[in-house]
Each structure stands twice: as structure tokens, then as C-alpha cells.
Design a protein around this ligand. Structure first.
Ligand code: G4P
Length: 522
């Protein structure tokens, strides 16, 4: 008999959707939320049409560019399971945000456009998932349009991503002839716009099937099914949980077809909240004491309130509204008086939350990305990464009288993860680092509008930046002293080496073999 905490943890699934822009992530999200009853009307998640944009667009820049900058979380319940769906920014300039979000999920749904196959951004996001062995469920979307041959698509995933695939259903027709799918594991035919439970059949030769679909479509499907049986791998849950094999579903988010299959797959196969590695020990999700890690800070969700929300994933135990938590980085106590759950466009106070859940904690700058909250233990989780920025800029202040204000603003925005901030050791002006150029636009926008310090950016002398470490602290100090003009410190005070080019970086490092450099800091 499991205890109530174990039961709550076991019924949670925390996941993200990864895809290339336009593959249908927004549409699929809407349909998933509809199943969960989190929204009444499909279309509310979307930030494209003006009428629907009011609440989900949190920043003017987002409105101006018609892109989704922020990562949000949506919590909904379906068939007794609590889902936390973590949304990721659609634009690749905000990929740092996406990477951090992927550290907070236990599974991912990879959406592929049936006409396009694996696209650049899908591949990149997949690689991030692979680094962490995140189990992936594949959804081949837009089967109601002209699609590529399904076997070709599977071959492309298998070869292109080096990921085994196991089709769970097989499409019957495509484009205007898309009639539905055949369930390969418990033989049944699900038809478009019919009862989603489908019609049970004895197998591919059941005489009922030709009565359900057009003769041409049936004939082609019947030929394919034998090939599928011969060529394709069957589903193996262990291999899926280890991130080596992906179950594949075919459908159409637009026509709300195959979406329920996905939810059921998440319930049946995706893992409940995993154990998390912390410095010194592993934290089990079902431990009674609450621990959680902040992976995202969102400012200005409600421009009228100027609030900052820290998104925390609970790693273990139960959070109760009003409880006092310890912020391990500073030792301070944080009263969790108003933790929030987020739905499609609303939020509500969470009276309790369990491991796997993602809650928003309103605060005024107390919490940073990577922070851990506990019931007293000094747990430090590893794993919320920072990535070496690809663009480095010096911040040029419009009004020199506002230097102090600028410093404070940059510090706060860096703590939120908007940009990374580096303070050069030689006392020269601060350098900001970003992965994508749009992050700089967001920074400029927020500096001017929220902090009243208009600033511009000029190229820094450097192009490459790496964190540096050394097993012998004295050697690191020597290296820093000898390269003072190329050294800066990040928000945590960790040293980085900045070089004018990759050539310069290598040149210096070859002469200091004891120094290790990294592109990712966890
Ligand atoms: P994204 O979030 O991954 O960028 O994709 P999104 O859901 O916004 O979908 C991109 C386009 O593809 C949208 O059309 C959407 O309606 C369409 N779409 C999504 N899923 C399906 C599907 O299963 N079948 C078909 N036929 N189309 C699909 P749009 O014209 O760009 O936008 P909209 O005017 O419909 O909002």
C-alpha cells in the first residue's frame, strides 16, 4: 500500500513539447488543454490573433514581433492524472530559456510536420533532451495534409536522430484521404470525427476494415501494414524510459485527432517525477520534505502589478500554502503564502502541490534562477545550465548619471535569466552576453521601460567566452592575474576567460594546459 504522497507523485506527468516553428505546437497545446478542461475554447493559447492575445502576451516586444518570448507552464488534469505542460519560446533566440525549461521536465513530446520531417530546431531541441536521456514521444502532425511516406519519416527519425522508433498506430491514408489510424498494439480503427475510442477489430484482415475506409486507401494501407510489422521495432518501455526509443503516433492537431492517444501514452508510459541529483545526494520525489528548484523567472506577467514570478519545480515532497521554506543560497526564510498554479490564461492560488508540479512564487527579486528552496536542509541541485553566450556586448549608457541604476537593473535582469552579466576584472564597463540577438532587444526594452535607463549596446572586444576552472586554485589565481584584461566574473562570481577569437582562446589555453574551459555551467 502506498502512502498518500506516493499516490500524488505517481499521478503526475511533467513534460514539454519540442518542435520546429509551425509544426503545430500551439495547436496541439490548445487541444491538450481542451481535454484537460483547462480552457473552454480552443484558440486561447495562441498569441497570433489580436482578440485572443490580451493575457498570454506579457511584453510589448512580444506583441510587436508576434512571437512568444516567455516560457509558461500550464497545469491541467485528465483522467486522474495531473499534467504540468511547460511551454517553451518558439523563437530560437530564446533557446537558453528553452534549455533551462527542459531541465525541469520528465518527458517530451516531439511534434513533427508530416510533410517536412525532422527540421533544424527539432533536431537541436532533441539533442538537449538526449543529453539528459529525457524520454520522447513522437507525434507526426498534419496527416490531414499532403504528407511524406510514413515509413520514410520513421527512417529519417531513426537515422537522422539515431533514435529507435516504434510506431504505436499506423495512419490510414493521408491528406484529403486521411481516414484515421490503426492501433498496432490493441487492434482497432480510429476514424476521423468518430468516437475516439475507435472500433475494435480482430487484426488487419478483419472484414470490417474495408467497410470503414475507401477502397484505394484501404488497399495501400493493407500493403503497408505487413511492411510495418516486418520492418518496425515494437515498443519497449524500458528503452523508452532510457531515452533510446520513441513511440510514434500519427494525427492531426487541427482536427483534434490523435491528441487523446498522446495523453494516454503520457499516462501509461511517461515516467512520474524522477529522482534528482543534488550535490552530495540523490533527492527522491517521494521524500516527505519539500525541495524545489527555480528554473525560470518571469517578470511583468501582469503589467499592472509589476510582479516577478519564480517558477519552481518541486523535486520532492509536498508544498503547502503558507509554509516557510529556506532559500539555500542565502539561508533566508521565504514564506510561501501565495504559490500559484497556472492554467491556459488564468492562475489560481495553490493550496498544495506535490513533487513534479511547477508552481509560480511571486517575489520581488529574492529568488534567482538555480535557487533551491527546502524545509531546512542545505540541498543544492545540479543541473540548471548556463550556456556560453554567442554574442557579447558592452552596455552603453545614455545618461552617465544613471550608472548605479544601470548596474542594479542589469544585476536584476541577469538574475531573471534575461541576459548573462559579466563584470570585467580590469574595472571596465559591464559586458552582457546572450545566445540570441533578440534577447538584447528585450533587455533594451526593459531597461528603458521598467528601469528608466535607456541604454544601447556596442561590440565588446571579445567574441568568445568560456568558464575556467582548475584543480589547483593557486594556478587558477595565477592564470587570472596573468590575463587580467581578458577575465571577467559572472553573476555567481565564477571566472570566465574572454577572447577576441577562437584562435586567441586556443593560443592562450595551449600555454596553460592546467586550465579547463567549459561552454556550459551547471
Ligand atoms: P507552432 O506553434 O508550432 O508554430 O504551430 P501552430 O500550432 O501555430 O501551427 C502552425 C500552422 O499549422 C497553423 O496555421 C495551424 O493552424 C496549422 N496546423 C497545426 N496543426 C495542423 C494540422 O494538424 N493540420 C493542418 N492542416 N494544419 C495544422 P496558420 O495558417 O499558420 O495559422 P492560423 O491562421 O491557423 O492560426
Amino acid at each position: 500500500m502506498t502512502n498518500p504522497l506516493e499516490q500524488e507523485v505517481a499521478r503526475r506527468r511533467t513534460f514539454a513539447i519540442i518542435s520546429h516553428p509551425d509544426a503545430g505546437k500551439t495547436t496541439l497545446t490548445e487541444k491538450l488543454l481542451l481535454f484537460g478542461g483547462a480552457i473552454q475554447l480552443a484558440g486561447q493559447v495562441r498569441a497570433k490573433g489580436d482578440r485572443r492575445r490580451t493575457r498570454s502576451d506579457w511584453m510589448s516586444i512580444e506583441r510587436a514581433r508576434g512571437i512568444s518570448v516567455v516560457t509558461s507552464v500550464m497545469t491541467f488534469e485528465y483522467d486522474g492524472t495531473v499534467f504540468n505542460l511547460l511551454d517553451t519560446p518558439g523563437h530560437e533566440d530564446f533557446s537558453e530559456d528553452t534549455y533551462r525549461t527542459l531541465t525541469a521536465v520528465d518527458a517530451a513530446v516531439m511534434v513533427i510536420d508530416a510533410a517536412k520531417g525532422i527540421e533544424a530546431r527539432t533536431r537541436k531541441l532533441f539533442e538537449i533532451c538526449r543529453l539528459r536521456d529525457i524520454p520522447i514521444i513522437t507525434f507526426v502532425n498534419k496527416m490531414d495534409r499532403e504528407a511524406r511516406d510514413p515509413l520514410d519519416l520513421l527512417d529519417e527519425i531513426e537515422k537522422g536522430l539515431a533514435l529507435s522508433v516504434a510506431p504505436m498506430v499506423w495512419p490510414i491514408g493521408q491528406g484529403k484521404d486521411f481516414a484515421g489510424t490503426y492501433d498496432l498494439n490493441s487492434p482497432r480503427v480510429r476514424q476521423l470525427e468518430q468516437d475516439p475510442a475507435g472500433v475494435p477489430v480482430s487484426g488487419p484482415d478483419d472484414p470490417l476494415i474495408p467497410t470503414l475506409v475507401k477502397p484505394d486507401t484501404f488497399a495501400k494501407w493493407r500493403d503497408e501494414i505487413d511492411l510495418v510489422k516486418d520492418l518496425c521495432t515494437s515498443f519497449d518501455r524500458q528503452a523508452f524510459l532510457e531515452g533510446h526509443l520513441s513511440p510514434v503516433y500519427f494525427g492531426s492537431a487541427l482536427k483534434n485527432f490523435g491528441v487523446r492517444d498522446l495523453l494516454e501514452a503520457l499516462i501509461a508510459y511517461a515516467p512520474p517525477p524522477r529522482d534528482q541529483q543534488a550535490a552530495g545526494r540523490v533527492v527522491h520525489a517521494t521524500e516527505p520534505k519539500m525541495t524545489g528548484i527555480v528554473f525560470k523567472i518571469q517578470a511583468n506577467m501582469d503589467p499592472n502589478h509589476r510582479d516577478r514570478i519564480a517558477f519552481m519545480r518541486l523535486a520532492s515532497g509536498k508544498l503547502t500554502r503558507g509554509m516557510k521554506a529556506k532559500l539555500v543560497r542565502t539561508g533566508k526564510t521565504v514564506a510561501l503564502n501565495a504559490p500559484q498554479f497556472f492554467f491556459a490564461q488564468d492562475r489560481s492560488i495553490a493550496d498544495e502541490a506535490f513533487a513534479g508540479d511547477v508552481v509560480g512564487i511571486p517575489n520581488h527579486g529574492l529568488l534567482r534562477i538555480g535557487d533551491t528552496l527546502t524545509e531546512g536542509e542545505d540541498v543544492v541541485f545540479t543541473g540548471v545550465p548556463s550556456f556560453a553566450p554567442e554574442i557579447l556586448r558592452r552596455v552603453k549608457l545614455g545618461d552617465p548619471m544613471k550608472a548605479k541604476k544601470l548596474r542594479e537593473a542589469l544585476q536584476q535582469l541577469a538574475e531573471e535569466g534575461v541576459v548573462q552579466l559579466f563584470i570585467p576584472a580590469d574595472g571596465s564597463p559591464a559586458i552582457v552576453g546572450v545566445v540570441g540577438a533578440l534577447q538584447l532587444d528585450v533587455l533594451a526594452d526593459r531597461l528603458a521601460n521598467e528601469y528608466g535607463v535607456p541604454a544601447s549596446f556596442e561590440p565588446a572586444r571579445y567574441e568568445v567566452m568560456r568558464w575556467i576552472t582548475c584543480d589547483v586554485p593557486k594556478k587558477l589565481d595565477e592564470f587570472i592575474a596573468n590575463n587580467r584584461f581578458s577575465i571577467a566574473h559572472d553573476l555567481d562570481g565564477d571566472p570566465v576567460f574572454m577572447a577576441q577569437s577562437a584562435f586567441n582562446l586556443n593560443y592562450t589555453l595551449e600555454r596553460a594546459p592546467e586550465i579547463r574551459t567549459t561552454e556550459i555551467k551547471e
